[in-house]
Design a protein around this ligand. Structure first.
Ligand code: UDP
Length: 324
């Protein structure tokens, strides 16, 4: 099989490309290197079956050409990371909405199987734990940039489902919960690589808010496994799936566990949200996936324990420090 990955030089995309090549598939990556990086795929360049294009997922002729050359499309290209969303809302909305439109327009012509990445952000401020795919979405006001990301991805989902219902395009939607692992950069505000780097360099570990807010972290290798099984499952077509681990941890506990794993004596510092992001920033208290639909459909759910995830991320950040 030949798989087209938009955003294939990104964190999840590069792991997916590597796994696909490893099992003998061919891969075509498209990436504009905005948040992705050649460093993520440098080890794949030159490998049998690997091909890449540096370009935008908004470029309809380029995307159409790539789609036509492949059997399956995995659309991961998006503006991600809470910091980026708050700082560049125009870029976020336009990239997320238009790129999905471009991809769907291309795949619809040949009815090609397509998986579109969405996010747990779409659940917004919902307090109904765990979050299941058929739950109501509870977004905040348009005056708060954070919700633009959730809304843009929700629109992507609606568009994908509409193409499926109206034009019979085989589309699968995957809502990724906090996905972490080696190669994820802390540059766009993601908590785990930031904590690991702060712990390793002896800097204060910056916990935003009270640290009572909790998250569930899934290992990227589990996210990749879920993607591979979803595209192989006929029952997945036309449906939305939570993809995440349901082991919950507060951000304060996470800071302590990362500090221990790194053998660090960094101070843990509480930073008010207004200082960390922008005034009026709203955070989610809890975010836990209901993974029953995923498990029922593909016979798998992300289960890598948090201790293993933290160890992998600390080792990755340590290796980055060594080559600095
Ligand atoms: N966070 C933190 N310190 C950091 C970065 C993030 O305390 O240096 C918090 C953030 O406010 C949120 C959680 O960690 O409550 C997860 O943040 P991330 O940006 O990784 O993902 P989110 O769940 O917000 O999409």
């Amino acid at each position: 099989m030949k798989i087209f990955i938009t955003g294939g030089a990104g964190f999840i995309g590069s792991h997916l490309a590597e796994r696909l090549l490893g099992r003998g598939d061919r891969v075509l990556v498209l990436d504009d290197l905005s948040t992705g990086s050649m460093d993520n795929i440098a080890h794949l360049v030159g490998r049998d079956g690997f091909d890449y294009r540096i370009g935008s997922a908004l470029d309809q002729p380029l995307v159409s050409e790539c789609v036509d050359r492949c059997d399956v499309t995995i659309h991961l290209a998006a503006a991600v990371g809470v910091r980026l969303i708050v700082e560049k809302p125009v870029h976020t909305i336009e990239t997320n909405v238009r790129a999905t439109e471009v991809v769907l327009n291309a795949v619809a012509k040949k009815q090609k199987l397509t998986l579109i990445a969405s996010t747990s952000e779409v659940y917004g401020k919902s307090a109904k734990i765990p979050f299941s795919e058929e739950d109501d979405l509870q977004l905040g006001p348009t005056s708060h940039s954070r919700w633009a990301y959730a809304c843009s991805k929700a629109l992507d989902e609606w568009l994908g489902l509409a193409y499926h219902r109206e034009k019979k395009v085989p589309v699968i939607l995957a809502r990724f919960f906090n996905t972490v692992g080696p190669r994820q950069t802390g540059r766009y505000g993601m908590v785990l690589p930031n904590f690991a780097m702060q712990a390793l360099t002896g800097e204060p570990i910056t916990v935003f808010g009270t640290g009572e807010q909790a998250r569930c972290f899934g290992h990227v290798k589990d996210a990749v496994e879920a993607i591979l099984r979803l595209i192989a499952a006929p029952a997945a077509v036309g449906n939305v799936f939570n993809v995440g681990n349901d082991e919950e941890v507060t951000i304060l506990q996470l800071a302590e566990r990362v500090r221990d794993a790194a053998g660090s004596s960094s101070e843990i510092r509480l930073v008010p949200y207004d200082e960390a992001y922008a005034e009026g920033f709203e955070d989610m208290l809890r975010r836990v996936p209901d993974v029953r639909r995923l498990e029922r459909t593909i016979g798998f759910r992300p289960r890598t324990p948090l201790s293993e995830i933290i160890a992998d991320v600390v080792a990755d950040q340590r290796a980055r420090l060594a080559v600095r």
